[in-house]
Design a binder for this molecule. Structure first.
Ligand code: NAD
Length: 422
């Protein structure tokens, strides 16, 4: 099943229980706009190279669209479409005044120089600057992009529209970025792990963890879990996997990766075949790299009792059904990894107000947003007797449906809104 089909499956599974009607269902599934552009640049060796860039704007009923920009060789319209839709549901689950979008360029950032990446980014902004902006669509970092990429976007966009740092989030602090943004997705994941474990009278320090991916999301998640006393026994990245039953020293690993670029050869753990990472013995599995890695083929071999989705779309519907049957608790991406977009929202708010928040304020507001969303998802899961993913989708779909109806975009949907007092 393709990524887009999987997202639509989850949407429909949840929408069925809400009875929103086929017309509204159709409206909420279809993206508002899909853009495909060619970004041709001169490589450092003087040759020309063409890359394809995508931006999918899925829904803006609740506010400007928001979503990351991914640089990866496998980026395709189907995947970007699926990720844009997930952003609509994610911003709605945590109740941010945003819709959803996503973008990507099919390039391999590991094979391009700093100067080439800068030229690709500027070429992409030249093509899409008219359809992004602080009240339209606000990109942010995702796989293969970072604060530096966002800085180039600010610079190029500002050439057309005047100084506009709020066109993107996840910027360097010097250009209006927020304290706490870089670590926010990992911090949010660690909060979520604590909420879920507390419901089983457990703490982060009682458990063992396996984490796929040691980039932004994986490395910060590992750091926070380690700081709270959790034992991270297995980690993998592009270069392979590592395992230490006594727990990996995440701070030392981070320093190693900072120096060498990848985790392979880390002396504080034994090598682990990357395919084994997902099925290794652990209590909590955190996929924090690619999509569609938990499938019908490996779902029965997963040993973890909890799966907390750091990556977007890591679980195929077939695997999800197996996890439900096996009683494995899955905390879905649209909630589990929402910490990044929550602090992106705080960054946008700070830019608009031209006022900086201290990091302790950012972190405590993030905690409050994630706590509220968790309580709401849990209440729906209890009342509808469903899994956490279906509950999260139901919360999100009902919010987006109401906004769509209130704006008068779909008359049928008015049945969803209680009659106001006169
Ligand atoms: P990143 O580029 O910083 O890191 C990706 C990591 O995955 C790297 O360590 C890379 O080596 C590893 N990786 C790539 N292929 C792999 C493979 N085959 N096996 C194991 N590891 C592999 O990206 P990121 O920002 O950490 O994003 C990771 C995931 O989290 C993506 O699905 C992204 O959409 C999602 N996400 C990111 C954010 C954010 O704030 N950055 C927020 C929400 C969700």
């Amino acid at each position: 099943m393709h990524a887009l089909e999987a997202t639509q499956y989850y949407f429909q599974r949840a929408a069925k229980g809400l009875g929103i009607g086929r017309r509204l269902e159709h409206l909420l599934i279809m993206p508002r706009r899909e853009v495909k552009v060619e970004c041709t640049i001169e490589l450092d060796n003087g040759e020309l190279a063409a890359f394809t860039g995508f931006r999918v704007q899925h829904d803006n009923s609740r506010g400007p669209m928001k979503g990351g920009l991914r640089y990866h060789p496998d980026v395709d319209p189907d995947e970007v479409n699926s990720l844009a839709s997930l952003m609509t549901w994610k911003t709605a689950v945590v109740n941010l005044p945003y819709g959803g979008a996503k973008g990507g360029i099919n390039c391999d950032p590991h094979k391009l120089s700093y100067a080439e990446l800068q030229r690709i980014t500027r070429a992409f902004v030249d093509e899409i600057h008219d359809i992004i902006g602080p009240t339209l669509d606000i990109p942010a970092p995702d796989m293969g992009t970072n604060a530096q990429t966002m800085a180039w976007i600010v610079d190029q966009y500002s050439k057309y529209h005047g100084w506009t740092p709020s066109v993107v989030t996840g910027k360097p602090i010097e250009l209006g970025g927020s304290e706490g943004r870089e670590s926010a997705t990992g911090r949010g994941l660690a909060y979520v792990a604590a909420f879920v474990l507390k419901d089983s009278q457990k703490k982060i320090s009682d458990m063992t963890y396996a984490i796929q991916g040691f980039g932004n999301v994986g490395s910060w998640t590992a750091k926070f879990i380690n700081q709270d006393g959790g034992k991270v026994v297995a980690i993998s990245d592009l270069s392979g996997g590592i395992y230490n039953s006594a727990g990996i020293d995440v701070e030392t690993l981070s320093r190693y990766v900072h120096e060498k670029g990848l985790i392979a050869g880390f002396p504080g753990a034994a090598p682990l075949h990357p395919d084994k990472l997902l099925t290794v013995e652990c209590d909590v599995l955190i996929p924090a790299a690619l999509g569609s890695v938990l499938t019908a083929d490996n779902a029965k071999d997963i040993q973890a009792k909890y799966i907390i989705e750091g990556a977007n779309g890591p679980t195929t519907p077939e695997a999800d059904e197996i996890f439900i049957k096996r009683g494995i608790t899955v905390i879905p991406d649209i909630f589990a990894n929402a910490g990044g977009v929550v602090v992106s929202y705080f960054e946008w708010v700070q830019n608009i107000q031209q006022f900086r928040w201290r990091e302790d304020r950012v972190n405590s507001e993030l905690h409050a947003v994630m706590t509220d969303a968790y309580k709401e998802i849990k209440a729906i899961a209890k009342s509808s007797q469903c899994d956490m993913r279906t509950a999260a989708f139901q919360l999100a779909i009902s919010r987006v449906s109401r906004a769509t109806a209130l704006r008068g975009q779909e008359n049928e949907a008015f049945c969803l809104i209680s009659t106001p007092h006169r």
